[in-house]
Design a protein around this ligand. Structure first.
Ligand SMILES: [Zn+2]
Length: 255
């Protein structure tokens, strides 16, 4: 079985001690590609360095995370933009809106999000969206810019059935990860009503480890627990989940 982890921050210091082992375990579980979402200029270089030494397994996005949008967001955007002038990236991201951690810079978050949506359209690559306590606002934003060309993922989707339907209708994918294995997340129920062709897999490592590792550091090899849970919910085999989601991710991100 071949799997793709479409969202994993393996370049962060949480993995400094055993990055080689993590790669080995990921490959043992059939993971062929791990996409690296950017956060901000404090980690862009370490992300790109990891990609360089990975023989195509790690592939980078570029962008500015909504939690990193502060007073200096215009400079941060400019720094990300400079990278886009130098080389291609798999996606713009992660970007979006986060009303959970800090609401101080909401209007700046909107501006940064809009700018990055424009980059996705300009370079014809997907936009990877972080939406914490802001899913309806993010859907609204995408709807506004969706004139048939915009594509991307609502990363770490944990909304309701109606929101899932709206996202699918906009031509976007749902990034499904460890949350689906959490007791009482309700995501398994929502998943029952979602066609698997609209789903890509992700870990969001080091965060959101699936059961039985909930609360621990996450890593790409744990994707198999997400696959098993989706297979159970959708009453298909793990192989089918793997095949379908891998095919979707390959086409979306041109892997
Ligand atoms: Zn992330």
């Amino acid at each position: 079985m071949t799997l793709i982890d479409t969202h994993s921050h393996i370049y962060l210091s949480e993995f400094n001690q055993d990055r080689e082992k993590i790669l080995e375990r990921a490959q043992n579980e059939g993971i062929s590609v791990v996409l690296l979402p950017a956060i901000d200029s404090s980690t862009h270089e370490q992300m790109l360095e990891l990609e360089t030494n990975s023989r195509g397994i790690y592939q980078s996005m570029m962008g500015l995370h909504p939690c990193s949008v502060k007073e200096d967001f215009e400079e941060e955007l400019e720094k990300a933009r400079v990278y886009f002038e130098k080389r291609p990236f798999k996606a713009v991201g992660e970007t979006g809106l986060d009303f959970y951690w800090d609401k101080t810079f909401i209007s700046e978050q909107y501006k940064a999000f809009e700018e990055q949506i424009r980059w996705a359209l300009e370079f014809d690559i997907p936009v990877v969206i972080h939406s914490r306590n802001s899913i309806d606002e993010c859907i609204k934003m995408i709807a506004q810019y969706q004139k048939g060309k915009l594509k991307g993922v609502f990363h770490c989707f944990s909304g309701n059935t109606e929101q899932a339907k709206q996202i699918v209708d906009l031509g976007f994918f749902l990034g499904i990860g460890g949350v689906i294995t959490f007791k009482n997340s309700g995501l398994d129920k929502v998943m029952e009503g979602i066609d698997l062709v609209n789903v890509v897999l992700e870990t969001d490592a080091p965060y959101l480890a699936p059961v039985p590792f909930r609360g621990k550091r996450n890593e790409p090899s744990y994707l198999k627990y997400v696959v098993e849970k989706i297979a159970l919910v959708k009453k298909v085999t793990s192989e089918e989940v793997g095949q379908l989601t891998t095919d979707r991710a390959q086409k979306l991100f041109k892997l």
